[in-house]
Design a protein around this ligand. Structure first.
Ligand code: SF4
Length: 481
């Protein structure tokens, strides 16, 4: 702890965002370029190097936060980078996308604002890329073993990188036309520019990882054929079955899953379209779901020129006097969160349940009917007499995911057992009921955070390495649930 009084001398200061009027006219990241590094030393100095660093408990990767805070305070970027990469393959992703359970757990948060751990993380890794410190780590010798990874989201990429560096020959299969999974097509450019994925993929290619895009295992290539070709398989295909809303009018045109809406906006940024085939331009948009994906829909609708944007959340707003929900430290702030997208406009309605959609004579959605809900005997219940309707010419459903895709045949072709939540069951080594077939990320854990996905990928890689060689030095930061 280099500055014992850092937290007394300096308040919390986060990265500056560009003015709303400027940033909604483009798709670049919302932060002011270059504004972070000048404040990082002071911000890192606020870390108290706690005897029991609760930030560790908050982070499933076991990030060495007090250590790299200290190096960042001293502006020893090489050492900070070394400590950061010791536990996290992709800090540029987590630093931008993770909702930072580490900050919610930070001890300083008891009576001050917590340390800006995410900002420090981003500053260290961006500096490392800028100075050429992020180099490929090519294995010294190859094991002669082959591994197929199904899915190229954060979990699959982490597993692939760990296994490649351990000397195995790894091929990543991705059903989309580009590598990255949800990072590529689910996360809008204004939250994380895709150049961050591209340069990481180049590093992985240089290390020896191979990528096969446009191949869906189960449909384009039978899972059983894949198993014959490889010594081990890691399924990191995500939990892609989206929760739906079976209310009257759901069949109307103009109602889409968030993962139909967001990928097309991202494809515009990739140059595949001039304008999105599902555009919010000039429309009254309603986003159903108050989480991060919902916020991504809100920000995307703003940039496409929506006439209005309304986000519905079925849960009450915390600290609403009618439905008090307290959030004492340390908690994860899932219930009420203001993202950059919410600063850009729109309305948020809490305790709202959609009762039906109403359309015009051509079958296009025009109105959304909602009712206020409240907890009665622990159950959310509609309040009589509160129904009203709001204009809705484009609706996106962002209500989460319920489990593994059963449609493409992957689960049945492998003969995989599922757990009671519909996720692929696995043992303590992340191995499924089929020997040599492992599962990592949302496909095994269920929908979760990017930081958990990376931790899953790292941990599953250890299980695979042990399976292939009988022992492993790879880290396993978490156990499967
Ligand atoms: Fe530093 Fe907060 Fe972690 Fe304590 S809990 S070591 S103050 S980041």
């Amino acid at each position: 702890m280099a500055d014992p009084k850092g937290f007394l001398n300096h308040g919390r200061e986060v990265a500056k965002t560009r003015p709303v009027g400027e940033r909604v006219r483009d798709w670049n990241e919302v932060y002011v370029p270059g504004s972070l590094l000048p404040i990082i030393s002071k911000q890192a100095s606020r870390c108290m190097d706690c005897g029991i660093p609760f930030c560790h408990n908050g982070c499933p990767l076991g990030n060495l936060i007090p250590e790299w805070n200290d190096y960042a305070y001293r502006e020893d970027w090489a050492a900070a980078y070394d400590r950061l990469h010791a536990t996290n393959n992709f800090p540029e992703f987590t630093g931008r996308l993770c909702p930072a359970p580490c900050e919610s757990a930070c001890v300083l948060g008891i009576n001050q604002s917590p340390v800006t751990i995410k900002n420090v993380e981003v500053a260290i890794i961006d500096k490392a890329w800028e100075t050429g410190a992020v180099a490929p780590q090519v294995p010294e010798r190859l094991s002669g073993k082959t591994v197929a990874v199904i899915g190229s989201g954060p979990s699959g990429l982490a597993a692939a990188q760990q296994l490649t560096r351990a000397g195995h020959t790894v091929a990543v299969y991705e059903r989309a036309d580009r590598v990255g999974g949800l990072l590529r097509y689910g996360i809008p450019e204004f939250k994380m520019e895709k150049r961050h994925i591209n340069r990481r993929i180049e590093q992985m290619r240089a290390e020896g990882t191979r990528f096969r895009t446009g191949v869906e295992i189960g449909r384009d290539l039978k899972a059983t054929d894949l198993k014959k070709r490889y010594d081990a398989i890691v399924i990191a295909a995500g939990a892609t079955t989206a929760r739906d809303l079976p209310v009257p009018g759901r069949e109307l045109k103009g109602i889409y899953q968030a993962m139909e809406f967001l990928p097309l906006a991202n494809k515009v940024q990739e140059g595949d379209y001039v304008t999105s085939p599902i555009s919010a331009e000039g429309k009254h948009v309603v986003v159903i779901g108050g989480g991060d994906t919902g916020a991504d829909c809100v920000g995307t609708a703003h940039r496409q020129g929506a006439a209005s944007v309304t986000q519905l959340e079925i849960m009450p707003r915390p600290n609403d006097e009618r439905h008090p929900v307290s959030q004492p430290w340390p908690t994860f702030p899932i219930l009420y969160k203001v993202t950059s997208a919410h600063e850009e406009g729109g309305e948020r309605i809490y305790s709202a349940s959609t009762t039906r959609f109403e359309g015009d004579e051509d079958g296009n959605v025009q109105w959304l009917h909602l009712a206020e809900v409240e907890f009665v005997d622990g159950k959310l219940t509609q309040k009589p007499g509160t129904e009203r309707k709001i204009p809705a010419q484009l609706v996106t459903l962002a209500m989460g995911f319920t489990g593994t895709d059963r449609e493409n045949g992957l689960v049945d072709q492998f003969g995989l057992e599922l757990d009671e939540r519909g996720n692929i069951a696995r043992d303590a080594d992340f191995q499924t009921n089929v020997p040599g077939v492992f599962v990592a990320g949302d496909a095994g854990r269920g929908q979760s955070l990017i930081v958990w996905a990376i931790a899953e990928g790292r941990s599953a890689a250890r299980g695979v390495d042990r399976h292939l060689t009988g022992a492993s030095d790879l880290p396993a930061p978490i156990r499967p649930t």
